[in-house]
Design a protein around this ligand. Structure first.
Ligand SMILES: NC(=O)c1ccc[n+]([C@@H]2O[C@H](COP(=O)([O-])OP(=O)(O)OC[C@H]3O[C@@H](n4cnc5c(N)ncnc54)[C@H](OP(=O)(O)O)[C@@H]3O)[C@@H](O)[C@H]2O)c1
Length: 219
């Protein structure tokens, strides 16, 4: 049984992850910021922890994380609030979370990042270009830390039901992936601590999640 702290806990991936982990008897604490999300998180089996990345500093976030074994960062501004919010949540928020994990002595840190080929060749907004830059710099900040990190780069997220079948590797072709399968992959990575200090690209595929993660653990 592990104690997991999810930042972005009420998000589409965060809530799925809470449900999977609590169903496997892990203890889950989930950071959320809207009062109406508290009940939802309890239903997902997580203990809700109220707080916003725009207000918490590293010390106060560390106090929330203390006693956890793993931090999962799956927060993001989602394009809302323009460049400023992307910088604050996906960028500075991640740096605050890394500093907090170091302060709290939580060494394992999983980050949901973005697939570098996202929307390549298509006309994209300045907001999206900035988002991709910020996501990459967040990866850089985490990789440079002393933490036992894992970066997961899913392709385009879809809400269709998961299949439990994925393609995961250090470099794979770009594609889509159901959020259910992203959450299942994160849960499996948590349960396979040999997966460490690696950047994993993820799409839908034909390999069962456990097997795909095991392959990365054994590399
Ligand atoms: N969309 C894609 O195709 C795609 C592809 C690859 C990677 N990603 C990345 O995947 C991650 C998760 O995706 P998702 O679908 O789960 O997104 P989501 O549903 O938008 O979840 C993001 C979470 O971050 C939270 N958040 C935003 N601002 C915050 C703040 N100030 N303090 C604390 N939490 C805050 C949101 O809280 P609220 O619920 O209060 O807004 C939300 O719960 C994102 O980081 C995204 O960049 C997305």
């Amino acid at each position: 049984m592990s104690r997991i702290f999810i930042i972005g806990g009420a998000g589409q991936i965060g809530r799925r992850l809470s449900k999977i982990l609590s169903g496997k008897d892990h203890s889950v604490r989930a950071l959320y910021r809207k009062p109406e999300q508290e009940d939802l998180l309890r239903k997902m089996g997580a203990e809700p922890v109220s707080g916003s990345l725009t207000e918490l500093d590293a010390t106060s976030l560390a106090a929330h994380m203390k006693g956890s074994d793993v931090v999962v960062f799956t927060a993001g501004a989602g394009g809302k609030g323009g460049l400023e919010m992307t910088n604050a949540i996906d960028g500075e928020g991640l740096k605050t979370a890394v500093a907090a994990a170091l302060q709290a002595g939580v060494s394992r840190f999983l980050l949901v990042s973005a697939f570098p080929e996202a929307l390549r060749g298509e006309r994209v907004s300045d907001t999206f270009e900035n988002y991709m830059r910020v996501k990459k710099m967040a990866d850089v900040a985490l990789v440079q830390s002393e933490l036992d990190w894992v970066i997961l780069r899913p392709g385009t997220l879809r809400d269709q039901n998961g299949t439990g079948l994925i393609r995961a590797g250090l470099a794979i072709p770009y594609g889509e992936v159901p959020r259910d399968d992203v959450a299942a992959t994160l849960a499996e990575i948590i349960e396979q601590p040999a997966v460490s200090r690696v950047i994993i690209e993820l799409t839908a595929g034909d390999v069962p999640v456990r097997e795909a993660v095991q392959k990365i653990a054994e590399r």
